[in-house]
Every structure is written in structure tokens, then in C-alpha cells.
Design a protein around this ligand. Structure first.
Ligand SMILES: O=P(O)(O)OC[C@H]1O[C@H](O)[C@H](O)[C@@H](O)[C@@H]1O
Length: 430
């Protein structure tokens, strides 16, 4: 049930001895992660979280989710970055694309668009609504603005009852949101202090809204726990997350500085966005880092395919595929065969899609794009949990291999300072 790296298309670009040369470095970085001796080690709480999360907390969270499901049409998750991307990712991956049913989980506070919020407000008119406001720091501007507006809407709609429909997920002690929760008596959940936002999807940050959306969160955690034990193997050649990290660094050192995450499964779109934050914020510092980009094929072969095949050569691709055919749709026989598709009769769409992937990998490799291939047996909650943990572990390794702290994001502050100055926030005047 594990995520495996398939080296078929990368062999011509990276030799085994190049990997072997990294073995000691990987072993040293593994020690940094597991002995908690590297930069940012105080944020390694996610490392054993899947196996360590307390049953009491999980049950409390499931109870809260059940209550929301029983009396709510729409749950609005207010959060930005790591406080919403993981939920969106898993929701996109596991729930039906159309008419998922049950309580609808939607997002706010991940932008400052008035248009978006107005449309959201008109969507919830007349519906039974609950809020889950999520912020590790409790002070991020975008979700704070959305919360202020939506809290007013809730008070107008429900009066004092509004407090019973607001759930806060934040730091145990710090931040404005913790104070607000304590003052108003909102139900609240804690984001562990030693788990940073982009590593928090498997905590209450993701689990509560995902449980409301109908995701089997116990299976998700189970899959992640399996990844936790499997990927604790220090040997580079036996640890696929470390292999993925090592390949990335080798390719980056050769000038392949953009990684395009490519999947032939549209449900992966959310995971792509979550992965971009994970790797972008973890590695993009000190003038270093692979730039994370993404595409969904075959859709984007008809828009970005030309560039991938033939444009500036600084790209490598990571193709994620789900190997098992979980849908049996076949292409039907047609007497007239006007569209000439009878040669595909009795092939499943899965087969055609997998063939499209193979064909694309061959073409892009030919065009000078190194291809890494990650194979996931199935698209379900367990495998999703495994995949999330796989990327987190690979990311920590990859960042340590490139010599940066995987767990801080000093650069994100710059725009905030400027915005506060320009808006005239007290204490920030020029
Ligand atoms: O959860 P919060 O504290 O509101 O943070 C939300 C996001 O915004 C910040 O600017 C960070 O760069 C992200 O890493 C974080 O996930």
C-alpha cells in the first residue's frame, strides 16, 4: 500500500552512482530529522503525529464534526495557506467532483476579494451555516477580515446561538483567535505548537472539516501512520521519499530548477496546490530551491504541452499516477464508427489514460525533460494519508539536503509589512 518511485524514465538522466554519492548526506540528514538536531527542529511534531494523535482528541473532533453535519448545510472553513490547502486537497482528491451531498464545505479567508465574499454570502443565504476559523498564529489578516465579516453575518442570523456554530482551530495559548475563543466560549481545537501550518493537514486543522465533508479520517491517519513507519527507514535506496528528495536535489544542481507536478487525475489539482506551498515555502530561501509548478493532464497537454515538450529546458516533471483501475468505464462499440474510435473498444478509460501518461513521459523524456514517476496503488483515504506524509517527509529531507531550514518562512513577512504600512496599521506608519 505504499507510494513507490518508478525510475524507468529517470535512469537516462541520473546514474545510480550519483544517487549513491548522496547516501551519507541522506543518512546525516535522516539523523537530523529523527534526532531533532537540524535547523527548525522544534517544528518536527508532524513526524510521529499519525501514530501519536490521541484517541480522545480524535473522538472529540468526530463528535464536533457529527454535530456540524447534523444541523448544518454549509461549513465555511476560514483560513489561508496551511490552514486550508490540506483540507481542500484531500476533499478534492476523495470526494465526488459533482454533487458530493451532505454538508458542503467551502472556503473563505484565503483571499481578500470582495467579489468572492459577496458571492459566498449570497450562496449561504437561507442556509444553515457553521464556521470553522483556522489560524495557527491567530493573527493572519486575510482570515481575520473574513471572520469579522462572517461572524457578523452569523450573529445577525443566529443571535446568541451563533457562538454554538463557530469552531476555532488555533494555538493552545497564543493569538487573537485563542482569546476570542476563550471569551466567546466557542468550541475550539488546538494546532500543536510544534507543527507548522504546511505540515498540519493531519491535525485538527484538516481532520475536522474533512470529517464534516464525509472523508474517512481514521483511514487517512492509518495511511499516514503506515508511511510514518515505512519512511522511517534511513537507507536512501530503500526509502522512496528520500529517493524522491535526492533525485530532486541532483536535478536541481544540474540546472533543472522547476519541478512540474503532473497527474492524469483531475482530482489531484488540490494536492498540487498543497504540495506547492509545502515545497515552495520549505525550500525557497537563501536564493535556493526548486520552483514548484503543476499541471493536470491530459487537459494541460493541450495548453502547456508545447512548452513542456519544446520550451526552455529547466524543467523536470514528477508524474503521480494511480495504478489500480477503480472505475470500469469502457468505450462502447459503435456500428458506424464515424469517429474512428472502435479500435479503443473494450479498453477501459483507465487503460487509455495510463497509455496517455506513458506516451507523454516518453515524449517529454525525448524532449529533454527528466521524469520522476510516483505510483500510488489506489485513490482512497488510506493512500491519500500515505501520500501526504510521503511528501512531508520528502520535503524535510530535500530541504536539509539543499542546506535550508524546512520549517520557517521568513520571506512571507515582507509583503505583510508593506501592506500594513500602506494601509496605515497603527504601529506600522512609515
Ligand atoms: O495559520 P496561519 O497562522 O493563519 O497562517 C497561514 C499561512 O500564512 C502565513 O503567511 C505562512 O506563510 C503560511 O505558512 C501559513 O500557512
Amino acid at each position: 500500500m505504499t507510494v513507490k518511485i518508478n525510475t524507468k524514465f529517470i535512469q537516462e538522466f541520473v546514474e545510480t552512482n550519483e544517487l549513491a554519492a548522496l547516501e551519507d548526506f541522506v543518512a546525516a540528514s535522516h539523523k537530523k530529522i529523527h534526532d531533532k538536531t537540524g535547523a527548525g527542529a522544534e517544528y518536527l511534531g508532524w513526524l510521529d503525529w499519525p501514530s501519536k494523535m490521541e484517541e480522545a482528541e480524535l473522538s472529540r473532533l468526530e463528535e464536533a464534526a457529527e454535530k456540524v453535519k447534523s444541523d448544518t448545510d454549509v461549513l465555511i472553513v476560514i483560513g489561508i495557506g496551511g490552514s486550508y490547502l490540506g483540507t481542500k486537497a484531500v476533499q478534492d482528491l476523495l470526494l465526488p467532483a459533482f454533487g458530493a451531498g451532505g454538508t458542503e464545505v467551502i472556503f473563505a479567508g484565503h483571499n481578500i476579494s470582495g467579489r468572492y465574499l459577496e458571492e459566498l454570502l449570497s450562496h449561504i443565504e437561507g442556509k444553515k451555516v457553521a464556521l470553522n476559523v483556522i489560524s495557527k498564529s491567530g493573527t493572519t489578516t486575510e482570515p481575520a477580515i473574513a471572520f469579522r465579516i462572517l461572524r457578523k453575518w452569523m450573529v445577525d442570523a443566529y443571535g446568541e446561538e451563533a457562538a454554538n456554530r463557530i469552531i476555532v482551530t488555533t494555538d493552545e495559548k497564543e493569538g487573537a483567535l485563542r482569546k476570542a475563543a476563550d471569551k466567546a466560549g466557542y468550541t475550539s481545537f488546538v494546532i500543536p505548537g510544534d507543527i507548522g501550518g504546511r505540515y498540519s493537514v493531519l491535525t485538527s486543522v484538516g481532520l475536522l472539516p474533512l470529517a464534516v465533508a464525509g472523508v474517512d479520517i481514521r483511514s487517512l491517519l492509518e495511511g499516514a501512520a503506515l508511511a510514518e513507519s515505512t519512511l522511517a527507514n534511513p537507507a536512501l535506496m530503500e526509502n522512496d521519499a528520500y529517493l524522491y528528495a535526492a533525485y530532486r536535489q541532483i536535478l536541481n544542481s544540474r540546472g533543472y530548477s522547476v519541478e512540474v507536478m503532473a497527474s492524469f487525475e483531475p482530482a489531484m489539482a488540490g494536492i498540487n496546490e498543497w504540495w506547492k506551498q509545502l515545497f515552495g515555502e520549505s525550500e525557497g530561501k537563501q536564493g535556493k530551491g526548486v520552483f514548484p509548478a503543476s499541471v493536470i493532464y491530459s487537459t494541460d497537454l493541450h495548453s502547456m504541452g508545447q512548452y513542456l515538450q519544446d520550451g526552455r529546458r529547466m524543467l523536470f516533471e514528477t508524474m503521480v499516477s494511480f495504478t489500480e483501475d477503480q472505475n470500469q468505464t469502457e468505450i462502447p462499440f459503435d456500428e458506424e464508427d464515424g469517429d474512428g474510435l472502435n479500435y479503443l473498444v473494450e479498453k477501459s478509460l483507465h487503460e487509455v489514460n495510463q497509455t496517455a501518461m506513458e506516451a507523454t513521459a516518453l515524449a517529454h523524456a525525448e524532449g529533454g525533460v527528466p521524469i520522476l514517476s510516483l505510483e500510488v496503488p489506489k485513490l482512497d483515504a488510506q493512500h491519500a494519508g500515505y501520500l501526504l506524509y510521503f511528501f512531508m517527509k520528502a520535503c524535510a529531507m530535500s530541504a536539509y539536503l539543499s542546506g535550508v531550514n524546512p520549517f520557517d518562512q521568513p520571506g512571507v513577512e515582507q509583503y505583510k509589512q508593506n501592506m500594513f504600512e500602506l494601509l496605515g496599521k497603527p504601529g506600522y506608519e512609515k
